[in-house]
Design a protein around this ligand. Sequence first.
Ligand SMILES: NC(=O)c1ccc[n+]([C@@H]2O[C@H](COP(=O)([O-])OP(=O)(O)OC[C@H]3O[C@@H](n4cnc5c(N)ncnc54)[C@H](OP(=O)(O)O)[C@@H]3O)[C@@H](O)[C@H]2O)c1
Length: 252
Amino acid sequence: MKEALSGKTAIVTGASSGIGYETAAALAGAGAAVVIQARRADRLEKLASQIVSGGGRVLVAAGDASKPADIDSLMERALDWTEGGAKVDIVVANAGRGLAGGILGSDESAWREIFELNVLGAAHLMRIAGKYMVERKGGDIVALGSVVGRNVSPFSGFYGSSKFAVGAIAEGLRREVCAQGVRVSLVMPGIVLSGFQDVAGYNEENFGKTTAQFGKLLDPQDIARGILWLLSLPAHVHVSEITIRPTGQNYP
Ligand SMILES: NC(=O)c1ccc[n+]([C@@H]2O[C@H](COP(=O)([O-])OP(=O)(O)OC[C@H]3O[C@@H](n4cnc5c(N)ncnc54)[C@H](OP(=O)(O)O)[C@@H]3O)[C@@H](O)[C@H]2O)c1
């Protein structure tokens, strides 16, 4: 049986951990050639070995997803690499980080970095991917939003604001490019256990107590499966937003 994404090339940012790691593995498992980016090259190499041993194709392109020059070079490397004519079919703008605390309590020295990575970096990647895909008259852009980018919480107000921006950028871009056959999809996860909690500074006090009542939390694979599903739909079908929560997560 032909695999769902065979013949396609996908870029995945933030592929050294969590959702990006599992998404790159899932897309490769479905037949896509994957170009993986993050800053930690050693972790990307580990993922690459796993993909190659499963019979997949992968290009490691370490870099910083908040820096426009690195993002441009990621796209150029993907196009140079693609066999039988340069093409990129799928771009997953996943790299991002969280920040514990609301507007009053969060560490203000991290605010700029959050916006440079979660908003400006993602927007730059989506813009260059969008321009390229409009010319090709097809392609998929997937952006990682969050449930706090739709229902802001008092315990992640600043981070949530960055994900509100991602949602607006994704929907604005969708409206610009859908007539040219390009799908832009926003994936809004609830709580996923990954490297995210450590980077954001979550601990028992600001995270454990809130989430204890939610039951089993998500694994990164739960989100990867959702992304693979929406990418596998026929080209004329567009699920432009999905929210994936742990079943017991009542808020946000
Ligand atoms: N986990 C959750 O509960 C949750 C919920 C909703 C939304 N999300 C979103 O899902 C996405 C993935 O998060 P995750 O849960 O998988 O977290 P994670 O395990 O911490 O993974 C984050 C990834 O982003 C990469 N990254 C961070 N800064 C980067 C930079 N400047 N340049 C390039 N890559 C960078 C990290 O790689 P390096 O450190 O190696 O660069 C890592 O691969 C994020 O956008 C996050 O906001 C997560």
